[in-house]
Design a protein around this ligand. Structure first.
Ligand code: FAD
Length: 420
């Protein structure tokens, strides 16, 4: 750590989510003594989102359990939280932030942690808002929970992680679920076929109908629900429709500020944008990822927290860089799935244990034998050991990986040169 800012400096964080909370908390934890203002559009105190499609949606979670920055914590850490306020402009010359209701604050250093917003359907506004759902915020999760309580059938558009988790939660609540995915298989963007096939079977075994490889040609309102017509002519009717068709990074503000963008705000390994006084972190930021050998924008809990911590420290003169191997988890039907690295880049899978039968881990390799990532099913411990190995630039020998009699930490390994 070098040059700690003077007392009278002001750091402003735009965004009220996980990354924003970690930036603010880290700044204080690392000794920032100046004025610290966090401005978030949502009325809720900053919270973590993963439970919104899982236990919180099911009614077994609480707001307290997911809140990251409570009023008491904020007061203790002297973090001024302007909640329920959207930042509408930033004057980079004058270094002034303005909110929708006209409040302004000058900054010395600015952080953008504006996250992403759920993608909507073209023409969605003409559909009944109480029947068509997106799931990004706590308010939307509460609304969907209320809807599922009185529903018999849910239709999910999008066979990605959010859509699948909601389908699993719907089944736990006794609601019938159909998932429609336009790609030929589930989670096709990030997962290898072996994982897609397993997910497909997992959902079908819980009574979900999975329709893949078919687009949607129309969505229409019914008096008591929604009807979706598929490209092959089939008509599906449901009480409610959930759109799990991805997010778009919330870059409007950054674009108006003239910052460098590329499907997200372009940052360096310390979270610094093209303006050295402005940092960005979380779902909105595209960073150079050392493991992937290319730049990535990650939509994950671990990224939102750890990239935010690095950016906050860097703004205080810290030398650390963000170099985590991508990591993501999902819980469905009581099954814990964890993804490490970029398993979707692999073309060959070597299984340890029997993930398809409930416990094990697929190691994914590319054509040249390099390990690109892994997917663990109820095998978090093995994945943790693998992560340490990959962080050291090594990988277990593929043939040894299948040997469950030897603990992962004792498997023979070799250097793993990451993709370029
Ligand atoms: C339902 C759901 C389930 C998930 N499950 C998992 C999981 O199981 N595992 C996992 O690894 N990840 C999961 N994720 C992903 C993870 O939650 C996100 O990666 C993380 O929330 C990103 O945090 P963030 O702070 O970057 O962005 P966000 O959480 O999107 O927060 C951004 C905040 O900024 C606010 N904002 C935006 N623009 C402005 C503005 N102009 N002015 C003021 N405020 C603004 C927004 O209102 C929002 O509150 C899940 C996400 C969702 C939605």
């Amino acid at each position: 750590m070098t040059a700690m800012p003077e007392r009278e400096t002001t750091y402003v964080v735009v965004g009220g989510g996980q990354a924003a909370a970690w930036i603010a908390r880290t700044l204080r934890a690392e000794g920032f003594a100046g004025r610290l203002v966090l401005i978030g559009e949502e009325r809720h105190w900053p919270y973590e989102r993963p439970a919104l499609s899982k236990d919180f949606l099911q009614g077994t979670g609480s707001v307290e359990a997911i809140t990251l920055l409570t009023p008491a914590l904020a007061e203790e850490a002297r973090i001024e939280c302007w909640l329920g306020q959207r930042v509408v402009s930033v004057d980079r010359e004058a270094r002034i932030v303005t909110t929708a209701d006209g409040r302004t604050v000058s900054y010395d250093t600015l952080f953008l942690a504006t996250g992403g917003r759920a993608r909507r359907l073209p023409g969605q506004d003409s559909l009944p808002a109480d029947r068509v759902h997106t799931l990004r915020t706590l308010a939307e999760s509460e609304r969907l929970r209320g809807a599922l309580a009185g529903a018999k059938r849910l239709l999910v558009l999008g066979g990605g992680w959010i859509g699948l988790e909601v389908a699993a939660t719907a089944r736990a609540l006794g609601v019938g679920a159909t998932v429609v995915e336009v790609a030929p298989r589930l989670c096709a963007r990030t997962m290898p076929p072996v994982v897609s096939d397993w997910l497909h079977a997992l959902h079908e075994s819980h009574g979900v109908r999975v329709v893949s490889g078919v687009g949607v040609s129309g969505v229409a309102a019914m008096s008591d629900g929604v009807a979706v017509t598929l490209a092959d002519g089939e008509r599906l009717e449901a009480d409610h429709l959930l759109l799990g068709i991805g997010i778009e990074p919330e870059v409007g503000l950054a674009a108006a500020m003239g910052l460098a963008l590329d499907d997200g705000i372009v940052v360096d390994a310390q979270g610094r944008t093209s303006d050295p006084r402005v940092f960005a972190a979380g779902d909105v930021a595209r960073h150079p990822n050392a493991f992937a050998g290319t730049s990535l924008r990650l939509e994950s809990w671990a990224n939102a927290q750890n990239q935010a911590i690095v950016a906050a420290r860097a703004a205080l003169g810290g030398a650390g860089v963000y170099a985590d191997i991508p990591w993501f988890w999902s819980d469905q039907y009581g099954v814990n799935v964890q993804m490490l690295g970029l398993p979707g880049m692999g073309t060959r899978a070597v299984a340890r244990g029997t993930p398809e039968a409930g416990s094990g881990c697929w190691l994914m390799l590319d054509e040249s034998g390099i390990v690109t990532g892994a997917v663990a099913v109820n095998a978090a411990r093995d994945l943790r050991v693998l992560r340490k190995l990959l962080e050291d630039g090594r990988a277990p020998l593929p043939d040894a990986w299948a040997d469950t009699a030897t603990p992962v930490q004792r498997l023979p390994s070799r250097p793993n040169i990451i993709m370029r």
